[in-house]
Design a protein around this ligand. Structure first.
Ligand code: AMP
Ligand code: MG
Length: 407
């Protein structure tokens, strides 16, 4: 059996990176940037005021106080978006709004709160200012041509802002992988059959949960299919996905040693099976392989096993295909303190669903009840997977483990 790390390494050895496409600025939300973005001009592009107030020569305000104000002659005003043309001279000031250009010669701004307008042409200054106070100087953030963003990062609202400021109406992003989802099992019925399911049948939850995880990872759902436990149907479904352009196939169920588990033999017939067992719990039977250029993940059918193996192997692989580099590729891991005893028998590494809460003492973690891999309930409200090491004989309340944060 492979470790989780060995398995992921093996998967990534054959994982392709997808090409790029151009999208409009707002369509780039949530996508992965695939270009370097540079500043189109100096930032800020001109000296401007950081406050609403009066542009002054700093030395004209020396010694000013509320009791002993300095009086300056008001000789003009500059609103945001206007040009500043009138130069300052000793003993004068100019009213300037936040973001408006600084008048020639001005060496500081006095905030309007520290002044009193005595008449239309006279301003009292109540506070001395130093050279450069409250002025945002040209190029103080960056110079024209400096790098603003590099490729491989998810585009969030702050990146949209930076792209807009760089004048990008269109953005180059990586393509999203097209992921086909196939659930397997004669016992499964979809959400379109009468309630409750007939005796012996259960609702197919994986089909929908996996589609949701694909979208949440930032990829595209190519198709959602359910197949019975039947050799010919399995083969036909896999071929159809590959021929219709799926770049990744994710199946759930039928990958173990059951009498009607057909996923592995069909994968071996149509393509290659790279490996199928991983030393982890839940989710030991995980088949990875390829059919032509399509990556193939055969996840176990138990809903928790399917979700955890998707989280550990499929999600990072989809994100790698999308060109993500750096800290956004994998979920962050933090040390957490257990609030209760977590049993474990030394063997496989276990991923325990838990609720992690920030406290003054750091993060604490509480397990989400019974951890059977068939109990979908253990995923509800879980925001982390606790990593219980292979050799652990159980972790006591108050002890620390690593947690993979899922949000
Ligand atoms: P399998 O891996 O096919 O042996 O399935 C393991 C367990 O997971 C069985 O109890 C199945 O009924 C259940 N199961 C498999 N696929 C799904 C699914 N799509 N939705 C809900 N439960 C499933
Ligand atoms: Mg099955």
């Amino acid at each position: 059996m492979l470790t989780v790390e060995q398995a992921l390494e093996g998967i990534w050895e054959v994982t392709p990176q997808l090409g790029r496409e151009e999208v409009s600025l707002l369509e780039a939300q949530g996508r992965i940037l695939s270009q370097t973005v540079t500043a189109e001009c100096d930032l800020p592009p001109f000296d401007n005021s950081a406050v609403d107030g009066y542009a002054v020569l700093a030395e004209d305000t020396e010694g000013a106080s509320r009791q002993n104000p300095k009086t300056l002659r008001l000789i003009g005003e500059v609103m945001a978006g206007q040009l500043a043309e009138v130069p300052l001279e000793r003993g004068t000031c100019i009213r300037v709004m936040t973001g408006a250009p600084m008048p020639p010669n001005a060496t500081a701004m006095v905030m309007v709160e520290d002044t009193h307008l005595v008449s239309p042409s006279e301003v009292q200054i109540h506070l001395p200012v130093r050279l450069k106070d409250h002025i945002r100087y040209r190029a103080s953030e960056m110079r024209q041509g400096d790098t603003v963003l590099t490729g491989g990062i998810p585009i969030r609202s702050s990146e949209i802002g930076a792209l807009a400021r760089a004048g990008c109406g269109t953005v180059s992003v990586y393509r999203q992988p097209r992921v086909a989802i196939i659930s397997t099992g004669d016992e499964l019925v979809g959400i379109d059959t009468p309630s409750p399911p007939l005796y012996g049948k259960i609702r197919d939850s994986n089909r929908y949960a996996l589609a949701s995880m694909v979208l949440e990872a930032g990829a595209q759902v190519h198709s959602i299919t359910h197949i019975p436990d039947d050799l010919a149907a399995t083969e036909a479904a896999f071929l159809h996905c590959v021929e219709s352009g799926a770049e990744v196939i994710v199946t759930a169920g039928g990958v173990s040693v059951g009498d009607r588990d057909y996923v592995k033999p069909v994968l071996e017939k149509l393509g290659t099976l790279e490996f199928w067992r991983i030393a982890m719990k839940p989710g030991k039977p995980l088949a990875f392989g390829r059919i032509a250029d399509t990556l193939f993940f055969g996840l176990p059918g138990n809903p928790v096993s399917a979700a955890v193996t998707f989280e550990l192997f499929v999600r990072p692989t989809l994100r790698k295909m999308m060109g993500i580099v750096g800290s956004s590729l994998l979920r962050p891991t933090v040390p957490v303190m257990l609030t209760e005893y977590v049993p474990h028998t030394p063997s496989r590494r276990e991923y325990v669903r838990a609720i992690v809460t920030p406290t003054a003492q750091g993060f604490t973690a509480t397990v989400t009840g019974d951890q059977s891999s068939s109990r979908l309930s253990s995923l509800l409200s879980a925001n982390a997977l606790l990593v219980i090491p292979e050799d652990s004989t159980g972790v006591q309340a108050g002890e620390q483990v690593q947690a993979l944060l899922l949000t």
